[in-house]
Design a protein around this ligand. Structure first.
Ligand SMILES: [Fe+2]
Ligand SMILES: [Fe+2]
Length: 228
């Protein structure tokens, strides 16, 4: 199968205080993740995808409430953000078939969810622009991490087993698909989130947005049921 094209070099150069706060925060978290997981990419993916699935739902909730109060149109933001949250949850359900989190990692997930949900909710209330910029930067890092994961697979340090069933159903991959094919579509999803969230931040900053340059979202089915 042909790999979805991903521009790996997209980076939003931080401009102003809001961008710098978002970038500094992302780099600090990257350092923590690198220290904690090193090259255990399967485990890394599981823990970080439990975090990645949070901002979309927070953004959707806050925009939904705002539109109810102001009785205004959402310009499609709510659906886009909910789709992002579901897509990230599908990443989690895919990687849970590849690696099993340790008891300690489950405790980390539990505590990080409390802290991150509340912190991101507060940030989105204070500055939605900074919040979307943070997600844009998170996704730049996610593209990088999945590129490193691909390298581990390609150089034989990480096994390239068959693709999990759920991934084949969700992205409609052929029966012969492997883990490598899955990492490729996941990385393409992250690139799409990266561009969408930087786009939202730009729009909130009053800057022009060129949606035609966004990385396309790889085709996938909506609202997959895990139990047939
Ligand atoms: Fe993800
Ligand atoms: Fe993501």
């Amino acid at each position: 199968m042909s790999a979805p094209y991903v521009d790996l070099n997209v980076h939003h150069a931080p401009k102003g205080v809001s961008d710098r706060v978002a970038y500094g925060f992302t780099k600090a978290l990257r350092f923590c993740a690198d220290t904690f997981f090193a090259k255990r990419y399967g485990h890394r993916a599981i823990v970080l995808e439990t975090v990645a699935a949070v901002p979309g739902m927070v953004g959707a909730t806050i925009n939904h409430l705002k539109c109810l109060r102001r009785m205004c149109d959402d310009k499609g933001w709510i659906r886009t953000l909910m789709d992002e949250a579901e897509n990230e949850r599908m990443h989690l359900m895919t990687f849970i078939e590849v690696a099993k989190p340790t008891v300690f990692e489950r405790l980390v997930i539990l505590s990080v969810q409390w802290v991150f949900y509340l912190a991101f909710f507060a940030l989105y209330l204070i500055s939605p622009r900074t919040a979307h910029r943070v997600v844009g930067y998170f996704e730049e890092e996610a593209v990088l991490s999945y590129t490193l994961y691909l390298k581990e697979i390609d150089e034989g340090r990480s096994p390239n087993g068959p693709a999990p069933e759920i991934a084949k159903r969700y992205w409609q991959l052929p029966d012969s698909a492997t883990l490598r094919d899955v990492v490729l579509v996941v990385r393409a999803d992250e690139a799409h989130h990266r561009d969408v969230n930087h786009g939202f931040a730009d729009e909130l900053a009053g800057q022009p947005v060129d949606e035609a340059r966004f990385a396309p979202s790889p085709p996938h089915v909506e609202g997959i049921r895990l139990v047939a």
